[in-house]
Design a protein around this ligand. Sequence first.
Ligand code: ADP
Ligand code: MG
Length: 341
Amino acid sequence: MFNQFLGLFSNDIGIDLGTANTLVYVKDKGIVLREPSVVAVYTNSRRVRAVGDEAKVMLGRTPGSITAIRPMKDGVIADFDITEAMLRYFIRKANGGKTFPQPSVCIAIPSGITEVEKRAVMESATHAGAREVHTIPEPFAAALGVGLPVDEPAANMIVDIGGGTTEIAIISLNGIVFSKSIRVAGDEIDLAIINYMKRAYNLLIGERTSEEIKMTIGSAYPLDTELAMEVKGRDSVAGLPKTIHITSQEIREAMGDTIGAIVEAVRITLERCPPELSADLVDRGFVMAGGGSLIRGIDKLLSEKTGLAVTVSDDPLSAVANGTGVFINNIEDYRRIAADL
Ligand code: ADP
Ligand code: MG
């Protein structure tokens, strides 16, 4: 009762604790914050130097005294203390620095996370000032966020390609029928591009550059008009800075195996799907979310490989955060549902 009374005054918060980006949704306001899930700490003392945007700029550019960390990188919590510091920073920032009244918080977490890690996230949010904390699996939040009718007795399938993990789930009656999380997503694609540049051109590039190549000319399916760009890095033989010209065909080739692993995971999920729900998918197809769904032609490739209709959601980078928003806006209903997820 008292909780409900407080709820009238507090701005409840939804958090997409992603492997690449953290987004915060505030009730009645929408998404108020989107920053990289990166924390820079002093190497010796582990004291936090910067979080989010400010810390991402430091990745690959730190002196020995500072370490930039992505605590959620592979969809597991690499460092509890750092994750807690990051959550606290984001919750305080979204809450306008206020500590009272304390918000209820809904956090979407990668579905591969262990029970211990889940508890740690919940405790971190409590330490950070949350009055009540719920967690929901990321693909469930994505499905809510893109507006799938997850409460119906029918198959709702979502494929969320993030930075560290690709999360695939089939949902019916507000529950997850089958889900699969693989540690192959945007980061692995970036790595494949780094390896290709080294192999084909003796060119050493960093993660920021390879991500830029992926976004600028990367594709999963042949393009009507193929693209090209200049890439700068360091020649591994001569040791000097160098510029080369690359095409979208080459990069598609470089990304091929990694994208292939994602296609395979989608196929495995479909093979595990109970037949009645498979029948629904023939009619409904599936929806893609996450930054990785923005790779050119990935929807076309997946549609060709599965025979299903594939839709990329309108704002794939916001799907999970919007889903946590649906949760906190209807917290009385979802409180019960979350307990059973
Ligand atoms: P997470 O939920 O794991 O934090 P996101 O859904 O925020 O991940 O997606 C981040 C990933 O999406 C990164 O690997 C990033 O490089 C990739 N990404 C973002 N925009 C694009 C784009 N336009 N084209 C290709 N990949 C993209
Ligand atoms: Mg995500």
